[in-house]
Ligand binder design. Structure first.
Ligand code: HEM
Length: 753
């Protein structure tokens, strides 16, 4: 393999970029495509492919059987300066098919035309049956060594670093659906350990809708669009979803999480992750412990408001994907701590009376603290979305020695489902040889042939026992790091289709969650249920779900019933005596604001008081400033990233007003005045809309100089979280403090106690 070529390409691009006059409008904020600014004229001098962008990573170059090649990752990409066929023959024209004369007909012998069109015709593969919409990133996991007492897994030994690939996703939507819908989020991590790949296929919620995998097709069929009209897309606000969860009431706890702010995360970077099931760990002495896996985000757990989520569905359906990639490109690498809740491995498999095999139950952190065992950092975006994010194949059965499964019936079904679906989705049995799925451990599996086989296996004896291949491969002995299934005792019992009695409690933990919320979070939950049930056509379904809410909490039920215009029913089960778990609430703390976006409105005609200084301060704080002006191009020396026409409040975590721009020529009073601008307003109505929306969404707003005047015209001056100051630096410092709490909830006293 000629590994020198990609390196040469890097040298070429660095050289060319240095010669080139800098692209006048190349933004100094993340997101620009391509690793070098384009020229206006079409390039005509042959050159090697450009290298990937600086922040992009790719699967390490391994052989299909896991051996390192030492080749740079660009060796897997396109090579050479010239256009070729798939067989490497150079081509001189790809713009015209081969014809009998310029006016045709096209000749069947045109092998280039046929190859190009045929390949294109087969570019699509089936999307995932669930979690179709997602975004992945590369990173590294560093172990603290604190898990050594409970597991022998080598990648958790002190100081060990392991490459990872993480894919975040929504569950219900199609591959092209919006990121910000109300839904559970997937948080799947592939650890490329040297003892075999470990996949932690987690969600951002710690419980699941169902207790038994046999119900998975039912819940997904209920949540997906209706089969007749195929609407609605990517959401649970419809009759079939509520029909199912109100009848199959074990879904009520997970449904409560979905209706809470956890269902509309602000960012993938601001989500917890949960392995949901209880797993069994085994240490070097062969002792076992039961555990639950948790990911804790450094930035805290934060959410969008429902109106923001809905606006973003139209304004920027890629919001979470963009946020993740922009943050990594900006150097604000997302971080999580991996933590364990550890329970004794008793025959009952319960802890504090909670059945550890029931995936609709949590163990409150106050009862079993989450103990940190390592840190995950995402530091590279994919080079090629399809090759990496689409083709990655997770499986809960990818386990290294030291981590084993339990008899949770949901987990048991998952152990079958993932490989089964990937056989179809990835077109055959050899998908573990796709670069993103290749293990970083030697593979000698006796699996042979099949579609898309990329390994070239030697020998004649892919069977055991054999003598013709010298007995290879050999079973690993006790000292060879073998995966050993923990010899758990299986109790004698009749063969039945039934659940343990402990699975019958469907309401107590939904109530625990409700009681753990702060007033503003409760209010959001009420609004979410009211919205979702309000979108159902059938009153019977609303009434049935109200009955479930009555069994959770009378206040919740009464509030939703009022919104629906229905009477609130009495509970049909005794209300559980649940102690709140403060760890479940996501408000009230202070968190870093890395990677947040700060919109700065400027008025080109009135000067740029402090704007450059504030921009620098925003960058220095690990955030991204976006200048918003009446027109594109530059304002003074500074590049404009958003105009009044292209910018919308939902992109920004904070709004700063450095001027009071008058209505621009493209402002349309007839249309834009509906944004709330009074007839007397002297400020562009779209700026007033920005302020109005940021205010409604409980975001911090700051203004200095002429910008202070905008606050008055938008009727927000003097309200909580609105800062007017003498200098940009002073105002930015104040809004930074507000941003640490994520939102200014005190602006809106909650209506639910
Ligand atoms: C605790 C419960 C569950 C969690 C946390 C979970 C999580 C996930 C995640 C994160 C993904 C996306 C993987 C990716 O990004 O490629 C996924 C995909 C999938 N899940 Fe689950 N899931 C759960 C339950 C189930 C059950 C019960 C089944 C089936 C019995 C199932 C079947 C699938 C399938 C078929 C896919 C698509 C996989 C692919 O096409 O590669 N899941 N799940």
């Amino acid at each position: 393999m000629d590994v020198s070529k990609p390196a040469k390409a890097v040298r070429d691009v660095v050289g060319t970029a240095a010669e080139k006059v800098a692209d006048a409008l190349t933004p100094d904020v993340p997101g620009a495509p391509g690793s070098a600014p384009p020229t206006v004229e079409e390039p005509t001098t042959p050159r090697e492919p450009l290298p990937p962008k600086a922040e992009q990573g790719a699967p390490e170059t391994r052989t299909p059987t896991g051996a390192p090649t030492g080749a740079p990752t660009t060796a897997n990409g396109q090579q050479g300066a010239f256009l070729t066929t798939a067989q490497g023959a150079r081509l001189r024209d790809t713009d015209h098919s081969l014809k009998a004369g310029p006016r045709g007909p096209v000749l069947l012998q045109d092998h280039h035309l046929r190859e190009k069109i045929t390949h294109f015709d087969h570019e699509r593969i089936p999307e995932r049956v669930v979690h179709a919409r997602g975004a992945g990133a590369h990173g590294v996991f560093e172990a603290y060594g604190t898990a050594g007492g409970v597991t022998k897994a080598g990648f958790l030994a002190k100081g060990r670093t392991t490459d990872v690939f993480v894919r975040f996703s929504t569950v219900l939507g199609s591959r092209g659906s919006a990121d910000t819908v109300r839904d559970t989020r997937g948080f799947a991590t592939k650890f490329y350990t040297d003892e075999g790949t470990f996949d932690l296929v987690a969600n951002n919620m710690p419980v699941f809708f169902i207790q038994d995998a046999i119900k998975f097709p039912d819940i997904i069929h209920a949540g997906k669009p209706h089969p007749d009209r195929e609407i609605p897309q990517a959401q649970s606000a419809h009759d079939t979803f509520w029909d199912f969860v109100s009848l199959h009431t074990e879904a009520q706890h997970h449904t409560m999480w979905n209706m809470s702010d956890r269902g509309i995360p602000r960012s993938y970077r601001m989500m917890e992750g949960f392995g949901v099931h209880t797993f069994r760990l085994v240490n070097a002495a062969g002792e076992t412990a039961l555990v639950k896996f948790h990911w804790k985000p450094k930035l805290g757990v934060h959410s969008l408001t429902w109106e923001e989520a809905q606006l973003l569905g139209g304004v920027d359906p890629d919001f979470h994907r963009r946020d993740l990639y922009d943050a990594i490109e900006a150097g604000a690498f997302p971080e999580w701590e991996l933590g364990l809740q550890v329970f004794p491995d008793t025959p009952e498999e319960t802890f504090a009376g909670i059945d550890l095999l029931d995936p609709t139950k949590i163990v409150p952190e106050e009862l079993a603290p989450v103990q940190p065992v390592g840190k995950l950092t995402l530091n590279r975006t994919p080079t090629n979305f399809f090759a990496e994010t689409e083709q990655v194949a997770f499986h809960v059965g990818h386990l290294p020695p030291g981590i084993d499964v339990t008899n949770d019936p949901l987990l048991q079904g998952r152990l079958f489902s993932y490989v089964d679906t990937q056989l179809t989705r990835l077109g055959g049995p050899n998908f573990s040889q796709i670069p993103i799925n290749r293990p970083h451990a030697p593979v000698n599996d006796m699996l042979r042939d099949g579609f898309h086989q990329q390994a070239v296996h030697a020998g004649v004896a892919p069977y055991r026992p054999n003598s013709l291949d010298g007995g290879n491969p050999f079973p690993a002995g006790d000292d060879d790091g073998a995966f050993v299934d923990v010899p758990v005792q299986v109790t004698q019992a009749p063969k039945v289709r039934a659940n343990p009695v402990s699975f019958d409690d469907h309401y107590s933990q939904a109530r625990l969650f409700w009681l753990s919320m702060s007033p503003v979070e409760k209010e959001h939950i009420v609004r979410a249920y009211t919205f979702e049930l309000g979108k159902c056509y059938h009153q019977a379904i609303r009434e049935r779900q109200l009955q479930c809410l009555a069994n959770i909490d009378p206040v919740l039920c009464a509030e939703v019933a009022t919104g629906l215009g229905l009477p609130a029913p009495e509970p049909t089960v005794p209300l559980a005596d649940a102690a709140p778990s403060p760890a479940l609430s996501q408000v009230g703390g202070q968190w870093p604001a890395d990677g947040r976006t700060v919109g700065i409105v400027v008025d080109p005609r009135a000067g740029l008081d402090d704007v450059d200084e504030v921009r620098r301060a925003v960058f220095a704080a690990g955030m991204v400033p976006l200048l918003i002006a009446p027109h594109g191009g530059r304002v003074g020396d500074l590049p404009v990233q958003r105009t009044f026409a292209t910018g919308r409040s939902v992109e920004f975590d904070v709004l700063l007003l450095a001027g009071a721009p008058a209505p621009a020529p493209d402002a349309s009073p007839a249309r834009d005045a509906k944004a709330g601008a009074a007839d007397s307003a002297t400020v562009d109505p779209r700026v007033l809309l920005l302020v109005d929306e940021c205010w409604r969404h409980a975001k911090a707003i700051g203004a200095w100089g002429a910008g202070v005047d905008v606050l008055g015209q938008a009727w927000v001056a003097g309200t909580p979280g609105v800062v007017a100051g003498g200098s940009g630096a002073e105002v930015f410092a104040a809004v930074q403090r507000l941003l640490a709490a994520h939102r200014v909830w005190e602006r809106f006293p909650a209506s639910v106690a």
